[in-house]
Design a protein around this ligand. Structure first.
Ligand code: HEC
Length: 304
């Protein structure tokens, strides 16, 4: 009798924890699936979808310059997925990847000794996990990004922290992410606790908040606006938007972090970007990374 009670309470406890663990990401999972559905519908046939999704576009342009029938995984290359001309240029650039130098430099940095004899390798023995960042660190009760964790390692070893936008930090990320890519890893962001759920919700809120005198949110451009032309660029979709960082932008001429790119977009909204290692920035990245869950880690990459 007693053992029966113990058994059934253990079962109940087990059921309760698995249920609640599943619950924490239920909302996020719904967001992710709906977003994939939205983009697949939008890019199923842009010209045919003119009235529904591209009311101000030119039908001729949509019919001749846009690819059709796109599926979830196609969005891993951002706007190159649907823009035929841009995709052609992108594929040519990829034949001699201009970011290879950064992977090599990152590999050297990985084992280079700090003054105390440790190295980045001491902090990060496994580099196949880039797709699990950002995550919530139970010990410090803080969200950690691929960028903040590198500077945390430097600081903990008495080294000077690095610029969070370019230079050695971006180069080391290029090596790290490439190791994850070569190991065939996908984005695998977890939301297993109330703290993580709250962080996701705050990141999502940041994404959908309208800012500046034009009242633009990230979503104005990268959800509703995805596929539309802004000057000479076509707007990329939220899904798959952070799978390929760090990125060598032709405009920058060197490799840069995802924070560098996001800060540019926030400045374009007429706002002051959050600090790169702030919880606000990391929570925004957490939301973005969750929306790319299930997609391959695909950095570094090249963009216009
Ligand atoms: C006024 C429109 C606009 C707004 C608002 C905007 N962006 Fe962008 N964003 C762009 C343009 C244009 C590009 C370059 C073309 C592209 O890849 O989308 C870009 C590029 C990006 C990229 C790089 C995509 C890639 O494939 O490498 C990311 C990530 C991004 N934006 C995120 C954001 C986030 C997060 C916000 C909100 C904080 C935001 N953007 C707000 C216009 C905008």
């Amino acid at each position: 009798m007693f053992s029966k009670i113990v058994k059934s309470t253990t079962f109940l406890l087990f059921a309760a924890t698995t249920l609640s663990a599943a619950n924490f990401n239920a909302g996020a999972e719904k967001d992710r699936l709906e977003m994939i559905k939205y983009f697949e519908a939008k890019f199923e046939d842009p010209a045919k979808n003119l009235n529904r999704f591209f009311p101000y576009s030119d039908e001729e342009e949509l019919a001749t310059k846009y690819d059709k029938g796109l599926k979830h995984m196609d969005f891993n290359i951002g706007s190159y997925a649907y823009s035929k001309d841009a995709k052609f240029q992108y594929e040519q650039l990829k034949e001699m990847p201009p970011y290879d130098y950064a992977i090599d430099k990152g590999e050297e940095l990985y084992t280079k000794k700090f003054a105390n004899g440790n190295s980045l390798q001491t902090c990060f023995p496994d580099l196949t996990n880039a797709g699990t960042y950002p995550y919530f660190d139970e010990k410090s009760k803080k969200m950690v990004s691929l960028t903040s964790t590198i500077n945390d390692c430097l600081r903990a070893n008495g080294e000077k922290e690095w610029d969070t936008k370019k230079g050695p930090l971006a180069e080391f990320q290029a090596y790290w992410v490439n190791e994850s890519k070569e190991a065939g890893k996908i984005f695998d962001i977890k939301i297993n606790s109330q703290a993580e759920k709250d962080a996701y919700e705050r990141g999502k809120e940041y994404y959908y908040t309208q800012r500046g005198y034009l009242k633009l949110s990230c979503a104005t451009c990268h959800v509703q606006g995805a596929g539309q032309r802004v000057r000479n660029e076509i707007l990329s979709p939220l899904v798959g938007q952070v799978t390929h960082f760090p990125v060598l932008r032709l405009k920058w001429t060197d490799i840069g972090t995802v924070e560098r790119r996001l800060s540019g977009c926030v400045v374009d909204q007429g706002q002051v970007p959050p600090k790169d290692e702030s919880q606000t920035m990391i929570e925004l990245l957490y939301f973005l990374a969750y929306m790319s869950n299930g997609m391959p880690v695909d950095g570094p990459d090249v963009r216009k």
